[in-house]
Design a protein around this ligand. Structure first.
Ligand code: NAP
Length: 238
């Protein structure tokens, strides 16, 4: 049995704890204030969910800190470093500033990479970065499930996470290497702005639309463009 330790009882921590416990996982919800965690756990009424301190949550097999980088997350986690070594670190962070108008990190890095750099012995897997908190309360959009992009440089860690989230109400997309978190985190910045503009906030998420295809298949303009003199355009070649 793989246990999951969530550190932080804010909007995301509580909802991820509930969702993962409902999916049958054993979860420890950790807080700086143990009484707060206990009361939340009592209210959530999930058999496989228990309350703890951060240190107790960090004893789990998979750790999931649910706090903000801007609030000193890396420094808060520093004393727990020995407990993190060798474990999967499920990273949900977006490096927002205090006003949610921009990120505190430059474009050539991401929260996920900063965490991997700070805790090099952990196996960082990024996920849930685009899922705004209230989406967890009603995850379906009509008939549709929305996507969670999952990134990591550790294929086994990514596979373990994908197994842990089975039976949760999202579609999980293998989004490749950890550095892709640069794009994915900034997609949250964009969805936040768009959500406010169109009155969706905080109930929006991404879904990749697509179908199996071969490049050039049913390219209706290929004959026309191939017939144009000196176009250099070949049928079926992109
Ligand atoms: N909100 C979203 O929709 C959303 C979506 C995707 C990803 N995320 C990411 O998820 C993480 C958590 O977001 P959130 O919205 O759940 O945050 P939040 O509601 O502000 O909760 C953060 C939690 O972090 C803990 N914490 C530890 N040190 C803290 C400090 N110095 N100041 C304040 N809180 C501190 C607290 O838990 P205890 O008091 O129990 O210790 C607090 O409840 C962030 O990295 C965020 O980017 C958020």
């Amino acid at each position: 049995m793989t246990t999951i330790g969530i550190l932080g009882t804010g909007r995301m921590g509580v909802r991820l704890a509930r969702m993962l416990a409902q999916a049958g996982q054993t979860v420890i919800l950790g807080s700086r204030q143990i009484d707060r965690a206990r009361q939340i756990v009592q209210g959530l009424e999930q058999a496989t969910l228990s309350a703890g301190t951060y240190a107790e949550a960090a004893n789990a097999d998979v750790i999931l800190p649910a706090m903000f980088l801007r609030d000193g997350m890396l420094e808060t986690l520093e004393p727990l470093r020995p407990q993190f070594d060798g474990k999967i670190y499920l990273d949900i962070s977006n490096p927002f500033n205090d006003t949610y108008t921009d990120f505190i990190l430059p474009w050539d890095t991401s929260g996920a990479e900063q965490i991997q750099h700070r805790f090099p012995k952990t196996r960082v897997v990024g996920a849930f970065k685009n899922v705004w908190w209230e989406v967890f309360d009603a995850p379906h959009f009509g008939e549709s499930v929305s996507d969670v992009f999952v990134v990591s440089d550790d294929a086994d860690a990514k596979a373990t996470v994908l197994k842990l989230v089975e039976n949760t109400p999202f579609r999980y997309i293998d989004a490749g290497r950890l550095a892709n978190a640069r794009t994915i985190e900034r997609m949250t910045l964009l969805s936040g702005e768009l959500g406010q503009r169109y009155g969706y906030f905080p109930r929006m998420n991404y879904k990749l639309m697509g179908e199996t295809w071969t490049p050039g298949h049913r390219d209706r303009l290929a004959p026309l463009l191939a017939s144009v003199a000196d176009s250099g355009y070949e049928l079926g070649v992109v």
